[in-house]
Design a protein around this ligand. Structure first.
Ligand code: SF4
Ligand code: MG
Length: 260
């Protein structure tokens, strides 16, 4: 496969988001412009004057990757280049919390682009703070575990459903343990004109506190246990795309992770 995300970037060993980006770019192909909000992937891949991006790439701030994508879409339209894919990429912090207003507005206006959230379930880049995507009971540096508190005391935000409620053309969840499924979903979304949303679970050995060799193993356990459901909402129609093999058995998934 041709690499559009060059090696030599500075993510930690076993970084789930870095694995996701390779597959995401493989699915999008060369005819793509990227906007990327602040986050692990951005800080590790684009410290001036170096870059890992072999495609046109715009770094946005935490809150506005989706707005900048809309600007790119409109600029390309003016240039008669409507066949160029526009990918907006953000972590969970930049997507479900800080950048959510821009994302919601872009989908409400039906801009023709795909937003992909790589979800490592915390603000990993700034020291593993709790985000709206951190799961119930997980430690983070702002949801400590001790006598009085047992990690995060709220449920994870269901952002894929929230985006579907915007009337998105296509919404899907994915996992880096199922790369062909991830790529198929991205390509399926690209068949539609309008706003598409893909949410990928991307384990982070630093924030989740597991051995860096086990990134794919935890991605798979998340899917098998049902802790991360794989589905798509295609033109408003909901469909589970893979039945969990061991639904409800979360023990294997959580015991090896220091954050639980
Ligand atoms: Fe990747 Fe986690 Fe390191 Fe961020 S902190 S670069 S998500 S492994
Ligand atoms: Mg994150």
């Amino acid at each position: 496969m041709k690499e559009l995300y060059a090696p030599g970037h500075r993510t930690c060993a076993g970084c789930g988001p870095a694995v996701a980006v390779r597959h995401i770019l493989d699915a999008f192909g060369e005819n793509t412009v990227i906007t990327n909000s602040t986050g692990c992937i951005e800080v590790t891949s684009s410290p001036y004057p170096q870059t890992s991006w072999k495609l046109p790439y715009l770094h946005a701030t935490f809150e506005n990757a989706a707005s900048i994508a809309c600007g790119v879409v409109e600029a390309l339209k003016q240039q008669g280049k409507e066949k160029v894919n526009v990918l907006s990429l953000g972590g969970d912090g930049g997507t479900v919390d800080i950048g959510f207003g821009a994302l919601s507005g872009a989908f409400e206006r039906r801009h023709n682009f795909t937003y992909v959230c790589y979800d490592n379930e915390s603000y990993a880049n700034t020291g593993v703070q709790c985000s709206g995507s951190t799961p119930f009971g997980a430690w983070s540096s702002t949801s400590p575990v001790g006598k009085k508190k047992q990690g995060k005391d709220r449920w994870k935000k269901n952002t894929a459903f929230i985006m579907a409620m915007h009337g998105a053309e296509y919404v899907a969840t994915a996992s880096i343990s199922n790369p062909e499924d991830l790529k198929r979903k991205i390509k399926k979304g690209l068949e539609y004109e309008g706003s598409k949303y893909i949410h990928v679970i991307t384990p982070c050995p630093i924030g989740w506190k597991f051995d860096s060799q086990k990134t794919i193993e935890y991605s798979r356990l998340a899917v098998d246990s049902g802790m991360w459901a794989l589905f798509e909402i295609d033109q408003g129609e909901f469909k589970i795309t893979e039945k969990p093999k061991d639904l409800g058995n979360v023990e294997n998934y959580i015991t090896g992770q220091g954050r639980f």
